[in-house]
Ligand binder design. Sequence first.
Ligand code: DGJ
Length: 722
Amino acid sequence: MRKYFLVLAFIALVMNAPAQFPQAPATQKQILIETENTALVFSVGKNQKLYQVYLGEKLKNIEDYKGLPNQHEAYIPSGTDNLFEPAIKMLHNDGNPSLELLFADEKVTRDGNLVTTSILLKDPKYPVEVHLNFTAFQKENIIKTWTEIKHQEKKPVILSNFASAMIHWDADKYWLTQFHGDWAKEMRMEESQLTSGIKTIDSKLGTRADFYQTPVFFLSRNNLADENSGEVIAGTLGWTGSFQLLFEIDNSNSLRMISGINPFASEYHLNPNESFVTPEFLFTFSNQGKGQASRNFHKWARNYGVLDGNGSRLTLLNNWETTYFDFDEKKLTDLVGDAKELGVDVFLLDDGWFGNKYPRRNDGAGLGDWQETATKLPNGLGYLVQQAEAKGVKFGIWIEPEMVNPKSELYEKHPDWILKLPNRDEHYYRNQLVLDLTNPEVQNFVYNLVDGMLTKNPKIGFIKWDCNRMMTNTYSAYQKDNQSHVQIEYVRSFYKVMERLRAKYPHLPIMLCSGGGGRTDYGALKYFTEFWPSDNTDPYERIFIQWSYSYFFPSITLCNHITSMGKQSLKYRTDVAMMGKMGYDIRVKEMTEDELKFSKQAVQNYNRLKDLIWKGDLYRLISPYEEERAVLMYVNEDKSKSILFSYALHPRTFGQFSPVRLMGLDSNKNYKIEEINKMSKGWSRFTAEGKTFSGDYLMKIGLQLPNNSDLTSAVIEITEAK
Ligand code: DGJ
């Protein structure tokens, strides 16, 4: 029968006429993966193949799924009848490059809010097993999917494609929202209609997922979804290395989405009985636009995706933009005092504190030699930790443990610990090279560095873990014949080290940093409490960057520091930082009396409201991508408290913004409106100040916000009036 259709298809092709497709095979069985609002439905055809028949809003009656046709095979292998991009490609021991995957078994386990379905597929001719796993987070409406590949052939098979997920979607039109950038230009949002053929968003950087492209996307069906309307899938891959998100529209205008580790330079030799486990692809479906999709992600991330996502975070004063490499014990002790004066929780010592044979005076030397520079810090870190403790603040420390400068003792002692080609010139980026973390000795080195530092100084209360370059000229002395495993093994090894560290230090706050927004993914965030989104701290730029990250990451993870970059008022800089996890990297001593007073008050306001900001539901009300202002608000669970942030960008002179309708409040409650973070005591144009309105009024008529002119801001506290 199949042969007959192939012949028909071939004749149609030759005659240049559209191929007639076989009728969808009849269904034997259905597999439902459901959250509270979403359903992903598979069926098993009479031919034993697995088909995806539905993805969208859950239907009331499960019988209704039964009539849906088996149009799209679920996880399409390469080498048999597939004509488009495959999910998996395998070369067998006998040189046969094909795979056929037939349904063999299904297992469902329930654990409260989590329902995990595992579908086993087997090849009828080769001892190969593929497990498609789906965990449906009921309340958060998130589906996590990953794949395990195994075989019992005599020798290794070669895997050259190994998707975490293949998902089909049907519509007339598809719109992709992607986020791309570069150093200090992270997360620029771009939206476009997908056209026939393949569109790929990927990274080949190895050590970091996000830099030029971020592993996140929105895909809207028919019309481009906006904040509150439209059918949209939001997806992201939890992998800290090279990734691929591929979208292909085929000849019948169907879309397949393939996401996973980037197959680039990563052919994998899979041993018999070894399990190849892909990273997790996470997605949510919303028929109420991107806002709901973000709130789903935020809830999921706090509950499951981020270390201590529902816990607390520390505010801090960092010395990076204040001193760069130029500091000594006295300067740092003064800065500890400044942290105390401001009222923040931590003083964070950044880059430049280590190296003796090659002291770290700039980024050209010392990386890898994690001993305090005696000329800068004669009494070591211990003294600074004590100083901080005496002043009642915690001490935090910067490290970049996966890297090495060629000018370092580490480089001299362990040239074989470095990723570099044996017969070509070394290739530097920020004057450094990547250590070969796939080598267990290097893993121990990294673990011991952190563990040693924390054992010697148990009062260290915060770590900033940096990673300032990608892989180039990649070659591992340790991997020998398996060079195409390096990119994958690197990330796995990174997770291994983090597993070990987290076993001993389960709750120590660690910031994930990578020369700005290089490492922002849910693979790493399992081990980290927060991340540094960009080295660009100019608040105008930052509004866009933070806005874009907020689509996928909760505010509790987004570190925003008030610095001297940009010419905006201190109030504007503070208000922008406050919409996430606020911190400082500024010369406190250079603040005027008013500025210091304002900042101390801002820290107090933040401490009072941080839980609402970190854990409230986010409503993005006006996008900086659409207007010359950005307005957003957070609302707590019982809708008794809310905070609104309003930032004017560069509106035309004498322009007047219209009132903003609030969201997420209770229309039956009354709310008192108060502006906070006020800098000058003078006249305010905020006519709503101190007044009480019903939630109904605020959501249907709205608030005329006080900040209309160039680079001005307002923070409004909204409290239920009883
Ligand atoms: C890059 C980070 O993004 C900065 O905040 C700072 O820590 C530098 N590295 C230090 O080298």
